[in-house]
Design a protein around this ligand. Sequence first.
Ligand code: FA5
Length: 343
Amino acid sequence: MKTKIEQLRKQFEEEKNNMHSLQEIEELRLEFMGKKGLVTALMNDFRSVPNEEKRELGMLINSLKQEIEKSLQEMKNTLEEEELNNKLRSDKRIDFSLPINDKTGSLNPRTILQKQIIDIFVSMGFIIEDGNEIETEYNNFDSVNVPANHPARDMQDTFWLNNGEVLKTQTSAAQNRILKEHGPKCRVLFPGRCFRNEEVNSTHENTFFQIEGVVVDENVSVSNLIYFMEEMLKGVMKKDVKVRLRPGFFPFTEPSFELDATCPLCAGRGCNACSHTGWLELCPCGMIHPNVLKEAGIDPEKYNGFAFGLGFDRLVMIKTGLDDIRYLNSNNVKLLKQYGTKI
Ligand code: FA5
């Protein structure tokens, strides 16, 4: 009987190579597995096998049966798939030459870089907060030492809403609420979308992003500010970056600075990106004005701090090499896909 089992296996292997249709596969199934099929006959013969041989032969017949069933099913699947593909190809409504419509989304480089910056600041003990996009006039201006008629209001072309509120012109609009919530010993980072009614060009958008940070404690110094900014820039640029401060003016800081960083593209040697100066203007900042602390209920005699308002889109452009800020709001999938999940 062992020889018979082997013969049937061989016969099946030979015959299965000539199968070209589902009909032929069904005929092959009947020939071997049907009621009067070859394997069924073998099972009938098995009944008269002596008991001591039954175990071994039973196993051999079973495995032959399983092999044949598996093989028949595989052949059936392959042929069904081929038939379906042929049918689709002959269907004139489907054009197989069209590019595949890949609908997978992609992250905006802003999102990728913001996450990196948040990770860096969190590792330095900062808490991350959110700001509103619609703000009261008080939060956006008065609470940060910009009262009505202050000339600094004119520097930010504001979108006023009918109810007297504004589309936030700066992340500083959240400073007062955050200082009130977190109290006099805090390190908080608050990224946000800002809006200004400005002429749009390659470096200015009416909708753009800033990342603001505040640190308040006893004895905070300008060197603390420089330290945090250098750490952030080293982490983002993955290379050594030096910063320098130039005098600036903001009503909410005193003294105020413009922070420049050594150009990461030419390592400070001078290139087109930094107008051959070796420095990039990056981030307005300064020591928080005593009026701002007072307005938030913090005693400026005891506590002090610094604040910075990073022009985030500028940093994204430096990091990606994009030369026009408008790309960042364009939702151009081809452009976004270049960046994947890393920049
Ligand atoms: C401010 O908005 C201050 N609130 C920043 C600040 C915070 C200073 C805390 C001190 C302490 P400024 O208006 O310069 O400052 O804007 C900050 C940065 O936002 C700019 O350096 C620039 O990079 C970016 N920015 C401003 N306007 C636009 C715009 N229309 N499009 C793109 N980026 C802009």
